[in-house]
Design a protein. Sequence first.
Length: 359
Amino acid sequence: MTHQALENLNIDSFDRMPSPAEVHAALPVPDAVAETVAGGRRDLQRILTREDPRLMVVVGPCSIHDPVAGLDYAQRLKALSDEVSDTLLLVMRVYFEKPRTATGWKGFINDPRMDDSFHIEEGMRKARAFLLRIGEVGLPTATEALDPNTPQYIGDLISWTAIGARTSESQTHREMSSGLSTPVGFKNATDGDLAAAVNAILSASRPHSFLGLNDQGSAAIVRTKGNAHGHLVLRGGGGRPNYDTVSIALAESALRKAGLPENIVVDCSHANSHKNPRLQPLVLQDCAHQILRGNRSIVGMMVESFLEEGSQPIPADLATLRYGCSVTDACLGWDDTAAMLRETRALLKDHLPKRRNAS
């Protein structure tokens, strides 16, 4: 008797993906880069535990699509980081995966050639190579963890991880976060609700066991210890911002009720700026003034920024892409980014040490 096919009915093919160990072996981590990554993690943990009074700022392109422009940005950001490092810890936003509401470019790892050819193996190698270059520049990096297998390939080069508004409620991402080696920021839901993110922080702080991938590329039962450095990221929602003093107070109350540290990062983009990059400096300025007026829960900010302001659609002829301009969400331009961060440093440099002394 011939059995009817029962599985893989909608699968076109299985193409081999190199294992994490193979990709690591081809692109190993030099000692200097390892120290940059580890140092960034230590600094971020110290900010979250209030041993370091500085403000963390995750800043960079909405997504990486051009490694040349991305490296150009990183070199500028490193110089600025050295200038403001007494007050601000700058962490470069290096996002390779983009969650899509329906369709659209899924990011550099998934489609590095930006032509729907989906050479994921190529994208993973190029993403790791890019992170190594940023580490050589001397900047810690931040990314969003979307695919649960990706951290096995590039997680050793990341200092801070975000779990997005669409995935904070996902059990898979909460379990994954419990095993990540970085501090993890959980964003509130797209409608502005805080409960999913607060529950995610609690869940990720506990040990978990789940099906995952080991460094040899084999299925494995992953058993985690729990992540003690989860925190809340406010990004607005439902078309409304949530960085105002009332929203911050409500977020503090939700964290306190859950028995969690009152650590809040404010995302200056998304609904908090109505996706208008020119409003991002106003969000940052407002939060800086809240800190000056006594706020102690805001420990960081996020900014979408690139060399050129705005965004552009992906053209059929990639040669016509504007250099240094986002192909996903609109970004603040470099000059305005540098100005806002210098202004923030000037506002807070004498005040932030007082927050530590008062603890």
